[in-house]
Design a protein around this ligand. Structure first.
Ligand code: SIN
Length: 539
């Protein structure tokens, strides 16, 4: 089965939807998304979108904060343009009807504060910013006749010129370019070919590669893994951001406690009530995320406790309930009244700062293949993303991609689409070995948490590399011998991402930003002030 559109957008978070809405002015858009359209990381984002809107703020200050956080690895051109173009993109969201929180009794937006920001600049919708944005974008997309959604479809692999050439479907191999993707319709196990003259990966991150994560179940690194298999350049995968404060609770697995809680005065304390962040950084609880996460890790290792606590009880109950209704309500359901008691928290994998390397128009090295949002590495985040810069990046890059994507479309419209063969299931039969998949899934996540976490060492990374390589062999055997299932596709992708994180971490023999290794505890600008690049390919 084949489905053709001008633009094929894979993923339905802020990046995919923002791009799709603008692309629909030029042609048809198919949005392929893994679960329901709102099952995205965007929808869970609490804190907000960093942007220069305050009277006391400036583009230069935001740029400086981003560069300091990125610890020497930011691409300055990307930082400059994302920060400068941010305010216009926020105004577009307001025009679309996103209900951001406004100042009491005023017209202006209420601006929050988060770690590493020298000014209040976080535009937010209480503590449910992503949900407000996703809702508005989805409503607009639903009304757009050029946009069609394909929910419950997971991509398996990209369709590239080289792949078609190898299968005899085209006769030339003039350049490496992308024509679409094969995707499994999870509802009926049928594999379909989605063709697009322009293909945009907006699949989010890979937090599920770690045992503890703030990410939703969809975050299995599908975009990075499929892009990498197709020959796209991958950069900086060692820089995995651990959010310092996820709720520690046996019943919920990924509930984030927004950094905005610390922005409004919340303090981290240990089980004995000691506020410890002043021992680690002069910015205390609002230090950069890598510093806060490592401080908590150190405290937990030292004390043997299972969690630390975040205390905002000094603020009035009225303020807490109004500013953080989501966090207050969820914690209350779980038996913690945050207006009266501190909440138990631990760090958890939160954001992939690396990804498919793109230019400042979201183009990858494969022609007609773009990457937007967490799946991409534009160079904005460097070695450590500044809080709330990610939704901003997605908005700005989606806008910047439109112009070259529209030009690509015009060029390709003049050419015939290739005759793409149906998916070849090989000699596959139904697998009843689901236990192999679930076992390997659990093993990867435990291995990554224990050996490739907040504090690393060469010996632990080497052990992880061995284990992941064994698992990889088993999965490849499975992949080629059995019919593909969503679980198998995700497991294969997770393993690829795990391999990329480990290899990148092993190759960076220094400590910088989010990558901290006991064997090389210092920064080495002379050798490592550069991106970590990996590229494999079918060639
Ligand atoms: C948060 O609300 O703490 C998350 C914001 C972010 O990761 O940028």
């Amino acid at each position: 089965m084949k489905y053709t559109s001008d633009f094929l957008v894979i993923g339905s978070g802020i990046a995919g939807l923002s791009f799709a809405l603008k692309a629909a002015r030029y042609g048809t858009v198919n949005i392929v998304t893994k679960k329901e359209r709102s099952d995205t990381s965007t929808n869970l984002a609490q804190g907000g979108i960093a942007s220069v809107l305050g009277q006391d703020d400036s583009i230069d200050l935001h740029i400086q904060d981003t560069l300091t956080s990125g610890d020497g690895l930011c691409h300055e051109d990307a930082v400059q343009l994302v920060v400068s173009e941010g305010p216009d993109r926020i105004r577009e969201l307001l025009d679309l009807g996103v209900e951001f929180t406004h100042e009491h009794g005023g017209d202006g937006l209420e601006l929050g504060r988060e770690g590493g920001h020298s000014r209040r600049r976080i535009v937010h919708a209480q503590d449910m910013t992503g949900q407000a944005v996703e809702k508005a974008l989805l409503a607009r997309a639903a009304a757009e006749e050029n946009i069609a959604f394909y929910e419950n479809h997971i991509i398996i692999d990209l369709i590239t010129q080289f792949k078609l050439y190898r299968r005899g479907a085209v006769t030339t191999m003039s350049d490496e370019s992308c024509w679409g993707a094969y995707a499994l319709d999870i509802s009926n196990s049928v594999v379909k070919a989605f063709l697009g003259r322009v293909v945009v990966l907006c699949t989010g991150g890979s937090g599920k590669v770690y045992r503890f994560t703030s990410n939703p179940d969809i975050a299995t690194g599908d975009g990075v893994a499929t892009g990498y298999r197709a020959g796209a350049v991958v950069a900086n995968m060692e820089f995995v951001q651990f959010h310092p404060t996820c709720l520690f609770n046996a019943k919920v697995k990924n509930f984030l406690i927004s950094e905005a809680v610390r922005g409004e005065g919340g303090r981290l304390i240990d089980a004995r009530g000691r506020a410890f962040m002043s021992e680690y950084h002069e910015l205390k609880d609002l230090a950069f995320r890598d510093i806060v996460a490592r401080a908590i890790d150190t405290e937990l290792k030292r004390s043997g406790d299972e969690c630390v606590y975040l205390d905002i009880t000094h603020r009035s109950a009225g303020f807490i309930k109004e500013r953080f209704p989501n966090i207050h309500g969820r914690c209350l359901e779980l038996g913690v009244d945050i207006t009266r008691e501190p909440m138990p928290v631990v760090p958890a994998a939160h954001y992939q700062c690396g990804g498919l390397l793109t230019d400042t128009r979201a183009r990858t090295n494969i022609r007609y293949l773009y990457a937007l949002g967490e799946v991409a590495c534009t160079g904005l985040h460097g070695a450590n993303r500044l809080a709330s810069n990610s939704l901003l990046e997605a908005l700005v890059l989606a806008d910047r991609a439109i112009q070259p994507a529209a030009a690509d479309l015009e060029y390709r419209r003049a050419k015939p689409l290739p005759d793409v063969p149906d998916w070849d299931p090989g000699g596959a039969e139904n697998s009843d070995e689901a236990v192999v998949i679930s076992h390997n899934w659990g093993e990867i996540r435990r291995c990554m948490w224990n050996y490739v976490g907040i504090v690393r060492s060469t010996s632990r990374l080497t052990k992880a590399k061995r284990r992941i390589s064994n698992i990889q062999e088993e999965i490849e055997e499975f992949y080629w011998n059995y019919l593909v299932t969503a679980d198998l596709i995700e497991l294969r992708n997770l393993t690829t991402v795990a391999e990329l994180i480990i290899e990148s971490a092993l190759s960076r023999k220094e400590s910088r930003g989010l990558h901290y290794t006991l064997d090389y505890p210092f920064k080495d600008d002379a050798q490592f002030r550069r991106d970590t690049i990996f590229r494999t390919g079918e060639k």
